[in-house]
Write a protein that binds this ligand. Sequence first.
Ligand SMILES: Nc1ncnc2c1ncn2[C@@H]1O[C@H](COP(=O)(O)OP(=O)(O)O)[C@@H](O)[C@H]1O
Ligand code: SF4
Ligand SMILES: [Mg+2]
Length: 436
Amino acid sequence: MALLEVKDLHTSFFTDAGEVKAVNGVSFNLDRGETLGIVGESGSGKSVTVYSIMQILAPAGRIVSGSVKLDGQELVGAGEKVMRDVRGNKISIIFQDPMTSLNPTYTIGDQLMEAILLHTDRTKQQAWDRAVEMLRLVNVNEPEKRMKQYPHEFSGGMRQRVMIAMALACEPDILVADEPTTALDVTIQAQILELMQKLQKELGMAIIMITHDLGVVAQMCDEIVVMYAGSYCERGTADEIFYNPKHEYTKGLLRSIPTMSTMGQKLQPITGTPIDLLNLPKGCPFAPRCEAAMKVCIRQAPESMVINADHKASCWMNVKAMAEKLGADATSNALEQGLSLEEALAQGAEAEKQGLEATVTYVEESSYIRDEELRSARTQAAEDVARSAGDPNHPFGDHGADLIGDAGLMDARGAGSRILKQSERAASHGEKGGEE
Ligand SMILES: Nc1ncnc2c1ncn2[C@@H]1O[C@H](COP(=O)(O)OP(=O)(O)O)[C@@H](O)[C@H]1O
Ligand code: SF4
Ligand SMILES: [Mg+2]
């Protein structure tokens, strides 16, 4: 069981202008000691996601549906008493701007001691000692002297260290860092990140690192969730996201980071503006800005697809690539069987079409099928299609190959759903148990 399991989380703000759907179906798991990065441009729902987990939303905000489990305990609907304990003892947060979280009229020592006294049963003297120890832990020099100073006497980087010390006072299982270094210059930023990694090693806590900076996640994170318009468009291990991106938005983000070879050149920002969360489009939310968008992208939102055991993405390109692969396999299969080129190509086209239909159906049904089953069902369907395409006696119709963008595709699900049924049955003989 993962330490934190977030499933299909939906959070909205109910404003005079209407329902702002800030988080639309985010899912991820976090294990003990692991670092998860949540990346995405400003307004993509990163903060609202973690505020929902901690239930510290602005008054207009509400979790509409979904599940947040901490150590197996459901937090959605758990009530304020449980949440106070969670916030006091299990999950701490560091905000972007420490000045908004530190009280300018109290000394750093008073504020640190208050946090310690609130969360532990220490005496005042013990709390003082602990506060000094915490300041030393986060590399604040002359901690005894610093205890008696006020926030304005600290630099930005030092204040952020104090915030980290405060967040660690309750010895949390999970430390949430919401763009903790955005307000700092690059050198200080690097020091703070290094400090967080050091503390994580020493204290064994899990970290959720929110950032719009892919450089930060590359340095820090085991797992990455890429957010766009309140949903995750892609999630997976850092290696998968950086070296095998499967969503056009992520590819755009990666193109926009400076590398040695692009040093000195202009960055390539992703053009266009983020979408209006009051009026979410029917199709892929990234479609208006996506250079690779196809007609299907505008008509229907892509669902999350399993790319491999470490990787999921919601992009129609993956469906297209899969269908093309099936088509190519079927063509070469048919050629091996001795069919003419023309016949083989026709079979390839048919396999591609069937594969596409089958995949579309799987994608649609995916919320009802567990990932493990989905995976084997999809493999099974791919094999079925490839096998039938390679069979010279298989009765083929005369469909065209260019199916993506064909409006008829979305309606022609008959074949796909038949294969789905067969494969589901096949899959249910396979591995039944197993969480995600
Ligand atoms: N208090 C609020 N009232 C209404 N809408 C809000 C509020 N807070 C956030 N939102 C909406 O949620 C979206 C996501 O916000 P947020 O999670 O803060 O983005 P970010 O990814 O930059 O952290 C914003 O674009 C905004 O539309
Ligand atoms: S689903 Fe379509 S519009 Fe969305 S990112 Fe993929 S290719 Fe682009
Ligand atoms: Mg934010």
